[in-house]
Design a protein around this ligand. Structure first.
Ligand SMILES: [Zn+2]
Length: 146
């Protein structure tokens, strides 16, 4: 007997549907959605002469980490399009602005920007677990909701 047949027998022996078997080993599932925006900032609290004290820009990459129950019927936590909808007004406030001019971002480090987004992003029925803000390809901050 081939391995596919063996696997099917195992499913039958504990009487689960194909779907619940697929999820049986996933103790926690998250989805991640990325968005990008361009913005300028300077960090007002760095020591004199620090390069981040000068006005400069980044192509920010933000990852939204969402957790919740996988809907047994649909097989997903949430439609990615719903995350896009929730992100849109925040992205519009950030994109092509000077972050220092935005209320709550007077010291716009990536850590504080991640927390700023985390505070403002809400989604129905699910948890926004973390926001990652990548300033460059190799430097990022993560704000966890818990
Ligand atoms: Zn910077």
């Amino acid at each position: 007997m081939g391995s596919a047949g063996s696997r099917r027998e195992a499913f039958d022996s504990h009487g689960r549907t194909h779907h619940s078997c697929a999820m049986a080993k996933a103790r926690r599932t998250e989805i991640r959605r990325d968005f990008r925006f361009e913005a300028a900032h300077r960090l007002p609290k760095v020591p004199p002469g620090h390069k981040c004290g000068r006005m400069h820009g980044h192509s920010f990459l933000v990852t939204v980490v969402v957790g919740g129950e996988v809907d047994p019927e649909l097989g997903w936590i949430l439609d990615f399009a719903e995350i896009d909808e929730a992100i849109r007004p925040l992205r519009e406030r950030l994109d092509h602005y000077t972050l220092n001019d935005i209320e709550g971002l007077e010291n716009p480090t990536s850590e504080l920007l991640a927390a700023w987004i985390l505070e403002r992003l809400t989604l129905p029925r699910v948890e926004v677990r973390a926001i990652e803000v990548h300033e460059t390809c190799c430097a990022a901050s993560v704000a966890y909701a818990y």
